[in-house]
Design a binder for this molecule. Structure first.
Ligand code: MF3
Ligand code: CO
Length: 260
């Protein structure tokens, strides 16, 4: 069941999405060699709570963090830990904040210090593929048009698209219908309509598309242990011009000329 949001609900979504975006902007200030991922997680939790929100991942089916932490080969759902980030690592911070009953969801993959050109290209391609998907998110188009745009953009550059994890509808629940795969054929799937809010989140691998889920049932890594990147925005369908409800502008402010 796909919920179309009213104007009032979209305004609530904007506020939740602004909170999650500002949270990632705070996290960005702390990403550097020597920091633990647990530290990044507590920055996010405190920021959300200090601003009247609830960290929606924390305790969700038992998930142990505010952020899903994705270091190097981790694709999704990594646990915050005492692991110390090192120069050349990448770290994804995937965050959901609930505010007044509505959820905002966004993810950004940061370079820790200097990373190799190969990894930098993976980050750039993955981020750009998110915007390629968003470009297709017009009323009257279908989910498959978004999926196909992401897949085509990444595979043309010889990266691979994770199959098992998808974007999703979002609103009062963190995960609503429809599923938003990052691969698939144009013209298939649910029709996009005004008021639909969806999270688009390409998870793109440097090597093969295959993943392994650890025995904890959460932490997911590439099978070949090569790097994986992940970027996510929550958007709302609005005629020909989707509204991107989350923003990387706060991250940009925090990173300055390190922003890619
Ligand atoms: N942003 C992730 C998603 O899009 C959030 C997962 S939160 C968790 O699904 F609680 F499941 F870890
Ligand atoms: Co999501």
């Amino acid at each position: 069941m796909i919920y179309l949001k009213t104007a009032e609900e979209i305004e609530m979504m904007r506020k939740a999405c602004d909170l999650v975006s500002r949270t990632l902007g705070e996290v960005a200030k702390w990403v550097r060699p020597g920091v633990t991922t647990a530290r990044l997680d507590s920055i996010a939790r405190e920021y959300i709570q200090d601003n009247g929100g609830t960290p929606a991942c924390l305790g969700y089916h038992g998930f142990p963090g505010t952020l899903c932490i994705e270091v190097n080969e981790t694709v999704v759902h990594g646990f915050p830990s005492e692991r110390v980030l090192e120069e050349g690592d990448i770290v994804g911070a995937d965050c959901v904040a609930e505010l007044n009953g509505y959820n905002g969801d966004s993810c950004y993959t940061f370079a820790v210090g200097e990373v190799s050109p190969e990894i930098m290209s993976l980050l750039k391609c993955t981020k750009e593929s998110l915007y390629k998907g968003i470009e297709m998110a017009k009323a009257g188009k279908r989910i498959g048009d978004i999926s196909n745009a992401v897949q085509t953009y990444c595979e043309r550059r010889n990266y691979s698209v994770v199959r098992e994890m998808c974007g999703h509808g979002i609103g009062r629940s963190m995960h609503e219908d429809p599923e938003v795969p990052n691969y698939g054929r144009r013209g298939i799937g649910p029709v996009l309509r005004d008021g639909m809010c969806i999270a688009i989140e390409p998870m793109i691998n440097l090597g093969s598309k295959n993943i392994v889920i650890e025995r904890d049932g959460w932490q997911t890594r590439t099978k070949d242990r090569k790097a994986s990147a992940h970027f996510e925005h929550t958007i709302c369908i609005k005629g020909d011009e989707p509204e991107i409800l989350t923003t990387f502008n706060y991250i940009k402010e925090s990173l300055g000329d390190r922003f890619i």
